[in-house]
Design a binder for this molecule. Structure first.
Ligand SMILES: Nc1ncnc2c1ncn2[C@@H]1O[C@H](COP(=O)(O)OP(=O)(O)OP(=O)(O)O)[C@@H](O)[C@H]1O
Ligand SMILES: [Mg+2]
Length: 382
């Protein structure tokens, strides 16, 4: 008996199928580490829930660390705001270094926190927090953040990772983007980079906050190709001396449909169904079938949780879409099925996209993001 090497619902240990993303990363790390220059654009990989954004970002982080950069990780959406989160992490990592490097950074961080008006100290400095317009405040904050970044990069290059960037507070995001714009404009070399990940609505959300978006490079993260899926399936087993039969691979891949979370789920369930195999044994199609039945419970729990977080109008839209099939559906046919105008669909549509449950497809169509969700809705709720 060997424990499962798969990672359903956990950070993937390897990210097969993401070679293009990693090649882009390596190029940028080269700019940062070899040329000691700023990576001028903030990269945002975006996809719906479960497509492997966090796993990819963690792989970026491993590679950045391996190249000698200091890394800072934040998951946006905390109450203190994005900039505060970054400052806290910087203080914990770079700021912990001995003098003079660590001290210089701590001083810059403190002065920025004061000027941003950290609760409790804001009044002491009578900051611009309550009076200055948002934009002005963000620009002032950005100059402070620039100073911090400079202080943080005197010894080693710095890479900041921002997961769930669509949840960042507007002020924080604006400050970060402005800081990057200034650093770029000044042309002095500051070896720093920002890599972010977010839901498919990230580009739109960010565009509403910062008027120029050319500072950001958006890259959609797609489903896994067949080869990548196969590597994710057979690779970890092979390391433990276990083989998947070709039929078992085919069946598992037809269940997962390129959705990374489902790949891990079916692989993990088949592993359990095969009795947590010893080295020298195989996983056959029978184990995959048994695994498929047991993974349904996990998948349904996920679907049920997503469903219960939806409003009535969102559920109506989802149900109409599900009845129309698994593929992309047009707004018009959804509206017709619901007996309303397409305008009435705008709000629930936007909310569902924000939640990563559906996404726009070609020609104004809308489609489900997670394989199996439509079938689940059909069987449970319609
Ligand atoms: N390249 C990959 N190959 C195989 N499995 C992967 C890959 N990337 C991620 N996974 C698996 O997919 C699942 C989702 O991964 P992850 O949490 O990174 O996705 P996410 O997009 O950040 O999801 P969420 O939006 O819920 O935060 C996990 O079970 C993870 O192990
Ligand atoms: Mg994630």
């Amino acid at each position: 008996m060997q424990p499962s090497p798969y990672t359903p619902g956990e950070i993937a240990r390897a990210v097969p199928g993401r070679a293009l993303q990693l090649a882009d990363l390596d190029e940028r790390l080269s700019v940062l580490v070899d040329l000691h220059r700023l990576v001028g654009r903030i990269r945002v990989d975006h996809a719906a829930r479960g497509f492997g954004k966090t796993s990819l970002l963690r792989e970026y982080q491993r590679r950045a660390s391996a190249r000698g950069a200091t890394t800072v990780w934040v998951t946006a959406g905390e109450p203190q705001g994005l900039v505060e989160q970054i400052l806290d992490e910087l203080r914990r990592t770079v700021g912990a270094a001995g003098a003079p490097h660590g001290r210089a950074l701590r001083e810059k961080v403190e002065s920025l926190r004061l000027s941003l008006g950290v609760p409790g100290v804001a009044t002491a400095t009578g900051t611009f927090r309550s009076t200055a317009p948002d934009d002005e405040r963000a620009r002032a904050g950005a100059r402070g953040l620039e100073d911090v970044i400079r202080a943080a990069t005197t010894e080693r290059p710095l890479v900041i990772f921002v997961d769930e960037i669509q949840s960042a507070d507007a002020a924080g995001l604006r400050t970060l983007v402005y800081a990057w714009q200034h650093l770029q404009a000044e042309g002095t070399d500051v070896p720093a980079a920002v890599f972010a990940a977010g839901l498919p609505n990230a580009p739109e959300t960010i565009a509403e906050i910062v008027t120029f978006s050319e500072r950001l490079a958006y890259r959609p993260l797609g489903p896994l190709h067949r080869d990548a899926e196969e590597i994710a399936l057979v690779g970890p087993a092979r390391l433990l001396g276990v083989q998947w039969t070709p039929e078992a691979v085919d069946r598992a891949l037809s269940i997962a449909q390129g959705y990374p979370y489902s790949v891990q789920l079916i692989a993990d369930s088949a592993w359990a169904a095969a009795g947590r195999p010893d080295p020298g044994t195989v996983i056959d199609v029978g184990s995959v079938e048994t695994g498929h039945r047991s993974m349904q419970a996990d998948l349904e729990a996920l679907f049920r949780a997503r469903w219960s977080a939806c409003s009535t109008s969102e559920r109506r839209l989802l149900t109409a879409m599900a009845r129309l099939g698994d593929g992309p559906t047009s707004r018009a046919s959804i509206a017709e099925a619901l007996g309303t105008g397409t305008n009435q669909l705008s709000t629930p549509r936007a909310r569902l996209i924000d939640k990563g449950l559906v996404q726009p497809a070609d020609r104004g169509m809308l489609q489900f993001t997670i394989p199996g969700f439509a079938a689940f809705i059909r069987s449970e709720y319609s």
